[in-house]
Every structure is written in C-alpha cells, then in structure tokens.
Design a protein around this ligand. Structure first.
Ligand SMILES: [Zn+2]
Length: 206
C-alpha cells in the first residue's frame, strides 16, 4: 500500500495496484493548503482508477478535476450525489453517510476501502461517527482530519478502533495557524508511535 498526500485533506491511495484518489484535488481555502500545481498536473496526466469525494467544500473538492475525470474516463466520481460503490481488480470503495463536523448541513460521506487491507477515509466527518462505522468494519489504516487529534476524548475514540497506522490530515498552514492547532496535535500525538502527520507531497509505503 502506498499513500501520497495530494491535497489539504486528500490522498492518492494505491492498494493492491489500484489507484484511488480520495478528496485528492482541492481548491484554495486558507488557512488550508490547496493541491500544489505539480501534483495536480501529474494527476490530470495519469488519471486514477477511482475518484471519490466526501463532500463539495472547496478544501476537499475541485470541480474542474472532477469534470475532466468524468469526461475523459467515462467513470463517475463517487460523491454524496452518486454514492454507489465501485470495484477495480478486487479493491472496493464503498461509502457511509456520516455527519460533517460542526454546524453545517452539507451532505457528507466517509469511505471504506477494502482490498488486502481495509482503509477508512473520514473526510470531514465528526469523530462521533466512528462508533457507527465500527459496527460493520475495522480499519487497518485510518486517515482523519486534525479534529480527531486535538481533544483527548476524540483521540481515545480513535485509539479504541485499534488501527495499526493512523494519519493526520487537514492541518492548517503552519504560517497561518491562529489557534495553534499544529502544535496542539503534535503535543497530543508525541507519544503515539502509530499516529503520524502526513505532510503535503509526502509518500508512505506500508
Ligand atoms: Zn467540509
């Protein structure tokens, strides 16, 4: 399995040779990081097998990429408007309706990716959704936004899942972080050997 961070809260996941883009091209919504141009160009050039978006907020979604992908490949993106599961070569991406964190009515999905390993991709789902998801599945790898790591109660919920690797996404730009979220999260996870911050453009191989 390979995970490349390509967006504010998005990655290109390669599982059993299948390339799956999850919230993986996003726009610019400071203090969050947009997809860098070089990464965007590579994705336009070498389109993934499956593209899935948890919701349509600018820091997760890019309409231009979604339209290009659909026109070029004839595949639909998975999104709240089209949540049908997709499978390629034995790897399946299915979705669960989850509640977006905070005060918004945005329709929102989280993704469960199953192949030789199971990956959960939370998007902007509230940590309270973890319990429901855990009724049907257990993650080997979990990708989640910073809000799962900046309070002890969310962190406890997350650790109860028993994922062997957990990656933090959606941290604000370190130079534009008025609430010191980066340092709070770093402090909370410093003694957690299985929880890592995934930086923009960073690749991990598991
Ligand atoms: Zn959102």
């Amino acid at each position: 399995m390979k995970i490349l961070r390509t967006a504010n809260a998005g990655v290109l996941l390669t599982l059993d040779g299948v390339r799956i883009l999850l919230d993986g091209v996003c726009g610019d919504l400071p203090p969050y990081l947009a997809t860098p141009n070089d990464i965007k160009l590579k994705l336009f050039h070498s389109l993934p097998d499956i593209v899935a978006y948890t919701h349509f907020h600018t820091d997760h979604f890019d309409n231009e990429f979604a339209l290009y992908y659909e026109n070029k490949t004839g595949n639909k993106i998975i999104s709240p408007d089209c949540p049908t599961p997709q499978s390629v070569k034995g790897v399946t991406v299915s979705s669960a309706e989850t509640r977006h964190i905070g005060k918004t009515d945005a329709k929102h999905l989280s993704f469960i990716i199953k192949g030789s390993k199971t990956v959960w991709f939370m998007g902007d789902a509230s940590p309270a959704n973890l319990k429901n998801l855990a009724e049907n599945s257990k993650p080997d790898v979990l990708l989640a936004p910073f809000s799962y790591f900046n309070s002890p109660s969310s962190l406890r919920l997350l650790k109860n899942l028993g994922a062997s690797k957990v990656y933090v996404l959606h941290l604000p730009n370190e130079n534009n972080d008025e609430f010191n979220i980066n340092s709070t999260v770093m402090g909370n996870i410093k003694n957690e050997p299985d929880i890592h911050i995934l930086n923009m453009g960073e690749v991990v191989i598991l």
